[in-house]
Structures are given as structure tokens and as C-alpha cells.
Design a protein around this ligand. Sequence first.
Ligand code: NAP
Length: 286
Amino acid sequence: MAILLDGKKAALGIKEEIKKDVLLLKEKGKGVPVLACISVGADPASCVYIKSQSLAARELGIGYSLISLKEDITQEDLIAEVARLNTDKGVHAIIIQSPLPKNVNVEEVSSCILPSKDAEGMHPENLGRLLLGQGSIAPCTAAACMELLRRYKIKLYGKEVVIVGHSNIVGKPLSMMMLRGFATTTVCHIATSEAHQLESHVRRAEILIVAVGKPGLIKGDWIEEGAVVLDVGINRAEGRIVGDVEFDAASKKAAYITPVPGGVGPLTVTMLMHNTLRLFEGYLVS
Ligand code: NAP
């Protein structure tokens, strides 16, 4: 049976480190990091994420400011709000909570956040730095996957890594981070499935990371004996939360596997706090 990659336990370790660093800065009279979250409308899933952000911030001594805007806000007004936060010296990191209303172009609005306040690491400049192997701000879920592997001392060098899903927030940045770790990296997407090649790629994976959002997409018997499986997917199926991988069958073949929930998820909000602290440290030396 596979060893569970426990995201909650890994998150505790990172939180302790963040808490210590925040306290030290406070004691030195440098102030505390402040994260501002812009939320539009009242999407139920967003409300859950916002609550967990605010709880994590409070636990770590990080300031948290929620800016709740009405569903019918225009893109222009939303950009004006971002611009206001960009110039606010009391705010060191900004996140725009997804989803945004259909009339708003998420990428256009997100790219208005100053790179030096970009808590999610999604600004084109920060993504460019990630590609070049520079800087310390990376998209939170991709960073969460890397951190989980690091905490369990799973080596990347020379490994066959297969990532399923090539979204801007998970698959693409993660592929860059894997290359930086000298893993031989394959990225699969919808066309891989349509070409009936998904199974053959998954079967080769020594480390498999799946971020698609389709329950049961990855069959348990596709998993290589002794593989490491990170299931990023979060799906509601038959009244419970499941990932994209058939967990029971996969855990009989894998050496390590993430549970869903309790795997990558708990680390994602922790990496948001980690990014907030790094941005604050950057602000202090600017
Ligand atoms: P997304 O933007 O919808 O991306 C999904 C990706 O999967 C796309 O690259 C898509 O390819 C690919 N895909 C779709 N069907 C496929 C198939 N049959 N075979 C292979 N690839 C396929 O989603 P996301 O935002 O990356 O999120 C993915 C999942 O992770 C969701 O379940 C989400 O809830 C979860 N998630 C979890 C966390 C966490 O903290 N644990 C954070 C973020 C997201 P094309 O674009 O080519 O169609």
C-alpha cells in the first residue's frame, strides 16, 4: 500500500517557518506582511477559499484585508481597485479571487497587479522569471506540489515526470519547476487523450501529477509500480470530494500518493502565505 503524502502535515511544517519569520520581522520593528484579497460577487467555493485564507493569515500573524465588490462591477472599475492597492504602502501582496464575472478578462486584470505585489505568481513578469529560473514567487498550487515532494524527500533529478493538464495555474508552471529540478518532463492535455496516448504516458511516469478536474480520468491500473502520484484534482462526485485518479486501485501500485482531500489542497493556501511573506521581504529591501 502506498504511503500517503499528507498535505496537512507538510503545511504545518511550512506554517511554523512562516510564523517564526513573521514574528522576527515584527520584533525587529519592520511591521507585518499584509495580503489584500479582491473578491467579486459571492461564489460559494470562493467564500470557502476566502475563509481559509483569512484563517491562515490570522494564524501566521499576517494581515488580511478583504475587498468585496459587487457582481456587476465593470472591468475598468476592477482595474481601478487594483491600481489603488498597488499604490497602498500598507498592502504588500494582492490576490484576485476566481471566478470573476464573465464580462471581466481575468488575465487583463491580473496583469495589472504590480509584479512586486503578485501573491499568486501569475503576473507575466513573474511567470517569465519562473521560466528563466529566477525569483521566488511561483503559482501557489504548482509550488504546493513541489513543496510536498521536497518535504517527503522525493528526488526529481533524472526522473520521468508526467504532468496531466497544462493550465496556466498548475501544469505549465509546474513543468518549468520540474525542468529546473532536472526531471525529464512530459506534459499531457486534451489532445493527448484525444490521440489515445494518455495511458501510455501515464504508464511511464515515475512521478505523476494530475490536474484536470475529471474524476476517474486516471485508471488505477495505469500507475507504474512504485510511482509517486500527486492528484491535484478536486471534484464532487457521489456526494464526496474526489481527485482525478482512481485512488483505491492506484494506491495498491504507487509508493506514495496524495489523498483527496488532504493532499495538495492544504498546501496551496500555505504557499499563498509563503508568497506574501517573500513579497513583504522584497518590499523591505526595495
Ligand atoms: P483547468 O484550467 O480547467 O485545466 C484543466 C486541464 O486539464 C487543461 O489543461 C485541459 O487541457 C486538461 N484536460 C481536460 N480534459 C483532459 C483529458 N481528458 N485528458 C487530459 N487532459 C485534459 O483546471 P485547473 O484550474 O488547472 O484545475 C485542475 C483541477 O485541479 C481542478 O479539479 C481544480 O479544482 C483542481 N485544483 C486544485 C487546487 C488545489 O489546491 N488542490 C488548486 C487549483 C486547482 P485543455 O486546456 O487542452 O483542454
